[in-house]
Design a protein around this ligand. Sequence first.
Ligand code: SF4
Ligand code: SF4
Length: 226
Amino acid sequence: KAAHPRAGDLSFPTVRLEGCTQCKRCTVECPFGAIDEDEKRFPLFNESRCRRCGTCMGACPVRVISFENYSVNTVGSQIKAVEVPDEFSEKPRILILACENDAYPALDMAAMNRHEYDPFVRVIPIRCLGSVNTIWITDALNGGYDGVMLMGCKHGEEYQCHFVKGSELGRYRLSKVGDTLKGMNLETERVMDLEVAISDIATLPQKINDYAALIKSFPPSPFKGF
Ligand code: SF4
Ligand code: SF4
């Protein structure tokens, strides 16, 4: 029924109505105009238009939108499940949230072609940069990760985003994270956004290594061990 069925999770977004503030952020950001209103003015997902990109989930400020197998909590649990070395072990921990459409397969192919990248990196696939809820980034930093890199498709006029505006909307959201970092007394460069195409197989490892070198030039995150 969906215009772009995904392997693995064929569910549509749902909203926990009791938590919804009716702010309409999800409706405004949906790249496919797939969110209508029910008679009580709550979001109503039009399943024939929805392409399951998750942009509504990333946009919701109170985090009440989820899919059966993809939610703020499922990715949040993956982020928390990664072991973060303590401040005395001199090992950084870097999180990469990689778009599953281009960036993640490019990383996969880089590995198959034996291109190595920094061993302190841990990669979690995401549906689209548009689905990134900024709580993942603040939770990761609060949990002691030294840096967070986000990988998504090119946006703008020559966009390569599989969901048209997903990566652009995600990047707009990310542009606000700098203030959060300053509030946490962290260097703003600790969060980096990288445009990745599926053809970047050979160059991607070096970009990761450059970013890892930058992170290693900073002191360990002061949030380790909390
Ligand atoms: S933002 Fe994406 S997942 Fe959400 S309703 Fe629109 S098309 Fe569906
Ligand atoms: S963004 Fe979240 S809180 Fe706002 S209307 Fe949509 S579901 Fe409700």
